[in-house]
Each structure stands twice: as structure tokens, then as C-alpha cells.
Design a protein around this ligand. Structure first.
Ligand SMILES: NC(=O)c1ccc[n+]([C@@H]2O[C@H](COP(=O)([O-])OP(=O)(O)OC[C@H]3O[C@@H](n4cnc5c(N)ncnc54)[C@H](O)[C@@H]3O)[C@@H](O)[C@H]2O)c1
Ligand SMILES: O=C(O)C1=N[C@H](C(=O)O)CCC1
Length: 250
């Protein structure tokens, strides 16, 4: 069987360098390009890349995906910064290239995907829910893509269940003290040397609390999800948002 021809964009970065090693070690994949900032995207075409693993920055990801989709190169995207406008633009590009697939995974680690799922299930059963994400201080975006997605899933689950707004008597607060508001769910971002990627979902009801916590302790935690994404995206045209769809968790 022929090997999947894979490129990594952001190959010198924290997660990109780990992804380069993971693709090189995968028996069913061949690493055909490893691009860093300033490298020419045409290299992907010359190298015959079938899938580009996109692990760059919110400032670079759209240009890279525009190029990939126009050239029929599937995308496995871990880069953050996704807004409704950006998603709509990407869907427009994919509509022009109907055989191309792009997976955007706010988080590739199985524990984080399960955290999101568990939070979505639990949210309607508690009056209060807040998300705390904790990351290394070199992270350029806040809140994390994972926390934003978690809060969106919680908000949607609560709306579907007809939950009332959360209790909160705050009348005066310093800016930021109650976190960012994502669909009515407060999201708090901690940046701390020594950490990698961590998240707590705090749920509270009368006389009880439930805490769902996940810790990524090493970038290796994201690699099985990236490799799964590469294997599955080639037969999944259009946009897939969330690794859970390739884990049959939905
Ligand atoms: N989805 C997940 O599971 C997951 C896990 C970890 C990190 N991330 C995300 O991945 C992204 C990268 O994180 P990081 O910690 O590795 O950051 P990083 O700063 O260490 O790496 C980013 C790399 O991309 C390079 N780059 C920038 N523009 C480029 C371009 N146009 N072409 C090629 N390379 C380019 C930079 O030079 C840098 O080496 C962030 O958005 C982060 O949030 C996602
Ligand atoms: O280290 C990062 O940066 C991470 N980014 C993703 C996010 O913003 O959710 C995933 C976790 C690690």
C-alpha cells in the first residue's frame, strides 16, 4: 500500500517539531515537506503533498489553508484563532474544491476531547459552570481554542436543555475579573511557566460541585490525534470541526 504523503507547516515550532517526528515514525506515512516561517508554499506542490498538518499561528493559518485547498491538499489543523468569519471563509474555499477535506481540531489529545464531551453532557445538570484554562506563557492567544470550544459546547447544551442564565450577583468588578464571556460561560486564562496545556471545567449545583480536569504534560499527547486526523481526512471532504467526529464520539 502506498504511503500517505504528509507535510508539516510550522515544523520548527513546539508542536510542529513533535509532529515531524511522529509523521516520520508512522509506517503508513512519508514526510515530504517540513516548512517553517518564510518557506515557499509551492514546495508542497513540488513535493506532491496529499495532507498538510497546519501548526503555525493564527496570523498564518488562513493564507496557508487558502493555498492548500486551492491545490487540493487536505488539511489537518491544530492552529487556533477560529472565528465564525474565518470558518465561513474556509467553507467558501472548500466549496470550490469539493474533494478536499480539512479537519480543524481545537485539541488533538484524547483526554481533552473527552473533557469537552463530559462537560457538554454535565452542563445542563448544574446551575453554574466556568472554564479555567492554564497554559505555558509563550502561548500567543487567550483564551485557548480548547477552552473556547468547551464553553461553546457547554452553552449550546444548556440552551438546548432550556437552562436559565447562571447565578452571578457581581455588580462591581475589575476588568477581566470574571473572565471572558463565551456564550454566557465565564472562561479564565492562566499563563504560568512550567505548564504546558491544562483545563478545568468547574460545575456547581446546590450543595455539590463537579470538577473535570485534563492535563497535557507533553506534546506527545497530541500526536495520536494528529496521525488519526491525517489518516481520516483524506476520505472526509469538506470541513470537519473537532476530532470527536473521527473518534465516533458524536
Ligand atoms: N490543536 C491542538 O491540539 C494544539 C496543541 C498544541 C498547540 N496548538 C496550536 O498550534 C499552534 C502552534 O503552537 P506552538 O506552541 O507550536 O507555537 P510555536 O510558536 O512554537 O510554533 C509555531 C511555528 O510556526 C511557524 N510559522 C509561523 N508562520 C508560518 C508560516 N506561514 N509557515 C510555516 N511556519 C510558520 C513559526 O515560525 C513557529 O516555528 C498554536 O495556535 C497553538 O495554539 C494546538
Ligand atoms: O500550547 C498551545 O498553544 C495549545 N493550544 C491549543 C489551544 O489553544 O487550545 C491546544 C492546547 C495547547
Amino acid at each position: 500500500m502506498s504511503k500517505l504523503r504528509v507535510a508539516v507547516l510550522g515544523a520548527k515550532g513546539r508542536i510542529g517539531s513533535e509532529a515531524v517526528r511522529a509523521v516520520e515514525a508512522a509506517e503508513d506515512m512519508e514526510l515530504v515537506a517540513a516548512l517553517g516561517s518564510g518557506d515557499k508554499l509551492e514546495t508542497l506542490v513540488v513535493a506532491g503533498a496529499q495532507v498538510a498538518v497546519e501548526l503555525t499561528t493564527p496570523a498564518s493559518v488562513m493564507g496557508n489553508l487558502d493555498f492548500c485547498v486551492r491545490h487540493g491538499i487536505h488539511g489537518v489543523v491544530g492552529t487556533t484563532g477560529w472565528t465564525e468569519d474565518r470558518l465561513a471563509q474556509l467553507k467558501g474555499w472548500l466549496a470550490q474544491s469539493p474533494e478536499t477535506g480539512v479537519l480543524i481540531a481545537p485539541n488533538f489529545s484524547i483526554g481533552a476531547v473527552l473533557t469537552m464531551k463530559f462537560a457538554e453532557v454535565a452542563a445542563p445538570y448544574f446551575e453554574s459552570v466556568e472554564v479555567v484554562e492554564l497554559h505555558h506563557p509563550n502561548k500567543v492567544d487567550a483564551p485557548s481554542g480548547t477552552a473556547t470550544r468547551t464553553a461553546q459546547l457547554i452553552a449550546a447544551a444548556r440552551e438546548k436543555a432550556g437552562s436559565v442564565p447562571q447565578p452571578d450577583a457581581t455588580v462591581t468588578a475589575l476588568d477581566g475579573a470574571r473572565g471572558a464571556d463565551v456564550g454566557g460561560v465565564p472562561v479564565h486564562a492562566v499563563r504560568l511557566r512550567g505548564l504546558l496545556a491544562h483545563q478545568e471545567v468547574l460545575l456547581g449545583g446546590e450543595g455539590e460541585t463537579l470538577t473535570i480536569r485534563h492535563d497535557s504534560l507533553h506534546h506527545s499527547s497530541f500526536m495520536p490525534g494528529i496521525l488519526l486526523g491525517v489518516r481520516r481526512v483524506v476520505t472526509a471532504p469538506g470541513l470537519t470541526f473537532g476530532l470527536e467526529h473521527f473518534l465516533d464520539l458524536k
